[in-house]
Design a protein. Structure first.
Length: 135
């Protein structure tokens, strides 16, 4: 079995309340208390919605499902004093001639195929690989 590796770099500084996440030639700006850029919770929702959308767009023909368009709405709830999200609600809206069961079956397929959903619903070990100091 082969192992694929994905790498992201996140940069922050003591003088800024903004952080830059970079992967290849792409970047995403993050800030905890900003209305200008996404915060960490919104980034989780973006990753989940993006992943499910990619799965739907990649597999609809193979699943014999048709649609003209779709969009997802994602809402994350956080209960104090919990640090992370306590619940994520996902709404899937199709413009399609398919019936409700076909839509539900397709969404269940997408959720079962989405790697971000898998990582959110199953415990993934996180191992710290280094702490370095630059003087």
């Amino acid at each position: 079995m082969s192992i694929d590796t994905y790498k992201v770099k996140v940069t922050g500084s003591a003088t800024s309340d903004r952080y830059q996440a970079s992967v290849r030639d792409f970047s995403l700006e993050l800030a905890p208390n900003s209305t200008q850029v996404a915060n960490a919770y919104e980034a989780i929702l973006e990753a989940l919605g993006g992943c499910e959308s990619i799965v739907m767009g990649s597999f609809y023909r193979k699943q014999k499902f048709t649609y003209r368009s779709f969009y997802l709405t994602l809402e994350g709830l956080q209960e104090a004093p919990m640090q992370g999200l306590s619940e994520i609600k996902v709404g899937v809206h199709f413009d399609t001639s398919e019936n409700k069961k076909a839509c539900t079956d397709f969404v269940e397929f997408a959720e079962g195929t989405c790697p971000v959903m898998d990582n959110l619903t199953n415990t993934v070990p996180i191992k710290r690989t280094a702490v370095t100091i630059k003087h």
